[in-house]
Structures are given as C-alpha cells and as structure tokens.
Ligand binder design. Sequence first.
Ligand SMILES: Nc1ncnc2c1ncn2[C@@H]1O[C@H](COP(=O)(O)OP(=O)(O)O)[C@@H](O)[C@H]1O
Ligand SMILES: N[C@@H](CCOP(=O)(O)O)C(=O)O
Length: 316
Amino acid sequence: MSVFTPLARPELETFLAPYGLGRLLDFQGIAAGSENTNFFISLEQGEFVLTLVERGPVQEMPFFIELLDVLHNADLPVPYALRTTDGVALRELAGKPALLQPRLAGKHIKQANAQHCAQVGELLAHLHLATRDNMIKRKTDRGLDWMQEEGGKLLSHLDAEPRQLLEAALEEISLKKVGILALPRANIHADLFRDNAMFEGTHLTGLIDFYNACSGPMLYDVAIALNDWCSDDDGVLDGARARALLGAYAALRPFTAAEAELWPTLLRVACVRFWLSRLIAAESFAGQDVLIHDPMEFQQRLAQRQAVHTVLPFAL
Ligand SMILES: Nc1ncnc2c1ncn2[C@@H]1O[C@H](COP(=O)(O)OP(=O)(O)O)[C@@H](O)[C@H]1O
Ligand SMILES: N[C@@H](CCOP(=O)(O)O)C(=O)O
C-alpha cells in the first residue's frame, strides 16, 4: 500500500490541533494513490484528507494551493488547503510538506459510461475556463522535453516492436513540438484519470490529485482524460463515450482549427507521457509495496492511436 510515511496518533493530534476542528476521532492510511501519503482523518467537525507530499520540489506547493483556491472560489468541486486558525495552509509533518483538505463525497468508478464522460468533459472545460485568462504559470516536469529525454533513454530497454512505436512517437513530438506549444493554454489538471474523479451514482462530485497540474495546452488535458475515460480494455477508443466527453467540453469551450489538426498527435503524446512514467515507476519501485500501474496499458493505447477515427467536434 502507498503509505510511504506512517504516522502515530500523538504526532497527528499535535499537527491537527491548530485547525480548531475538534478532537481526532479516527484516522486511516489510504492504500490507493501512488505518489503521496494520504490519510482519511475524522475530526469532531468533519471528514478530511491529510496529504504528506512525498515527491516533487517543496517550492511548487504554493502553486497547488493557489490553483485549488482559484478553482474552489470558482465553485468547482475540488479539495483545497484548509488554513489553521493562524491562516497557515502549507505545514510540515514528519519532515514532509503537509496539507489538510476537505474529504470529497463519492467514490471512483471503474466502468465509465457516456453519462460519466459527458460530466468529465463539462467539468474539464469549466476548469480551463476558470483559469485561461489568469493562468498561474507552472512548467510541468513531465513535458515534451522530459518525454524526449526519458524516452530516448528507455528505447534500449524495449523489444523491437515497442521500441519502434516509441521511436515513431518521439519523432512526431520533435516534428510537432512548436505547434503543440502554441495551442491555447490554461491551467490543466494533467492527470484526469478515473481514479482522480469522485462520483455518487452518475453524479460527478469532484476532482482530486492536482499534483500534476501545470500551465499547458488545454487540448493535452482533454487527450489525457479521453485516453483513460474512453478506452476499452484493448486500448481502443469507444466512440460513444469519446463523443460524449468531447461534445460536453466543446459546448462550453469550442475547439480551434489548430486543435482539430493536432488532435491525433495529442492523443499519442498523452499515451507516451504515461507509458514512460509507468515504465520508470515499474523500474524504480520494483519489489516495493507501492501501487504500480501497468505500462503495457499505455503501450497498447499508443498502438491503437496510430489511426484516430474520433474527430474533434469543430465548427468552421
Ligand atoms: N479530498 C479527497 N476527498 C476524498 N478522497 C480523497 C481526497 N484526496 C484523496 N482521496 C483518496 O485518496 C486516494 C489517493 O489520493 P491521490 O491524491 O490520488 O494520491 P496520489 O497523489 O498518491 O496518487 C484517492 O484515490 C482517494 O480515494
Ligand atoms: N494517473 C497516472 C499516475 C500519476 O502519474 P504520475 O506521473 O504523477 O506518477 C497513471 O495512471 O499512470
């Protein structure tokens, strides 16, 4: 399970006291998640999630806190950093940056249908619209340069077939980089998978895990979401789910001609990003009690995205 930093009750009680939310009733490490240590926390005044940030530079934390404040203030269903009674959001626990956030209702769904996908498209568009005109700059640490560098290093570890697939994708990234970086930008979630959304029935109750959020092309965010929400078990895109997600998104933020042209490329780039991060995680956490996602899933999706039949709804 991915609790990298176990905590004892007394240190937790000391940490929680300055929030003024009452006594600690219960706490439990969360097995899901692969990046940070998370605990469900029951206090007299409600249910919360405590996150200890395990990776990434501490100096990035003010970005995540500010972005979640912006989205929360725009009435979007996201967690945000609670303040102590002295107004402090970012704290430290067990030597790690620590945040306390409200616990969102709902649970993750495994099988998405068109109704789920439409809500994801709608919420993603709201997220982009809420930040597009006042984007908070943050360069992703897993962007195109990272893909070229890490992809190049991993080529020699792969068998012939996946190597050719990755080589072709890296070549495409080199060719299309300038165009991709010129696409319309906003703050993007950059990891909107099913395990980062909460549902009650078919109602989307919130998005979590903004630790990959950054400023970047909005279309890339759409491609990342679509690759997860609308793929079947063989990595093939499901047309009905894809049209539902894209249609709901485009009703709020119409796609541009440049986006329509680069759409198949962005779907492939979004596959490369997670194929590589999963290959790297599988190597670095091998044999450890850490949740590792299967890299093959994205190899398969990338293979399937060599031909893209789902066009972007785009009005001339
Ligand atoms: N604010 C929240 N409300 C409800 N559940 C949450 C919240 N934050 C995290 N969780 C739960 O914790 C799990 C792991 O959180 P996540 O942020 O995805 O971890 P990681 O950054 O390690 O991937 C989620 O799958 C979810 O079940
Ligand atoms: N959703 C991702 C995991 C998070 O990505 P990371 O690069 O921050 O580890 C996946 O399913 O691979």
